[in-house]
Design a protein around this ligand. Sequence first.
Ligand code: 13P
Ligand code: SF4
Length: 336
Amino acid sequence: MEDINIASAKENVGRAGFLDVEVDPQLDLFREIERLKKEKNAIVLAHYYQEPDIQDVADYIGDSLGLAQKAEKTDADIIVFAGVHFMAETAKILNPHKKVLLPDLKAGCSLADSAPPPLFKRFRDQHPDHVVISYINCSAGIKALSDIICTSSNAQKIVESVPADKPIIFAPDKNLGAYLVKKTGRDMLLWNGACMVHEIFSLEKITKLKVRHPKAKLIAHPECEEPILRIADYIGSTTGLLKYTQQDDAKEYIVATETGILHQMEKASPHKTFIPAPPDNGCACNDCPHMKLNTLEKLYLCMEYELPEITMDEELRVAAKKPIERMLEISAKYGL
Ligand code: 13P
Ligand code: SF4
């Protein structure tokens, strides 16, 4: 590996968003990452959408709620977040005194980007009597403007926790929001955001695939559009989808979410077949381009140099923490 000092490493991260340094291809990155974990008392948290190698080296793999809960409880000194920016930011909000690292600072989220805080503030201010529930896939700025955060695995319980006479704003995912309106019967005001990965599935191609695989069950993430959800056999968060494939007795599944989850599904049920739901564009795939910015090399480098690091304005952090704590309290109450 190139020999670089911390000043040039920082400059490098400022320019590229990650440590753009050659890594010796002979290096056993799995062993190196294990060594760094022990030396630095670091924990690697990974989302299911990370590439298989990253999942295999992680201490914990989970959905957004599981990752936030794990980040809240860890006694590691360094949290290495193999996921996207809003996830690492959530870990930092919960752990102001710990170092939180993200292998590539440019690992963003189209859904989080769809809600710029100044615009959202204007919208919220137009509806001052509304309770604001925001999906965790949003920036700290949006969290600070919210009353409660939710994830796909606790969203229904969070919506139902709001007294029936209180109007609700739900942001930023209009698809998850519409799904919740249907599930709970609450007429919520929805922000017009969506995830670029979950909007890509083709109803026509899925229908054709179901004809070719009549016994396959369609399982979908609630970030998918309504026509896909309408024909799904099961709808749930990434952890929910994984558990469903473990407990259900079908042998084949068409999976309408990011393809990273297939790694754990195949590991847990090696005798079952998992088919990624086809996208509506021949040259696009269901990989999240943000999630897939992280690589094993970048993960290793960020642990070695402790860069890029998530930092945050303290006033913003404190404001963003309140609605996350509210979510964690409600989740704990329901054993989620
Ligand atoms: P969950 O893992 O919480 O279901 O979220 C999916 C997702 O899109 C994360 O970016
Ligand atoms: Fe954001 Fe969608 Fe990627 Fe998740 S899959 S990080 S919601 S763009």
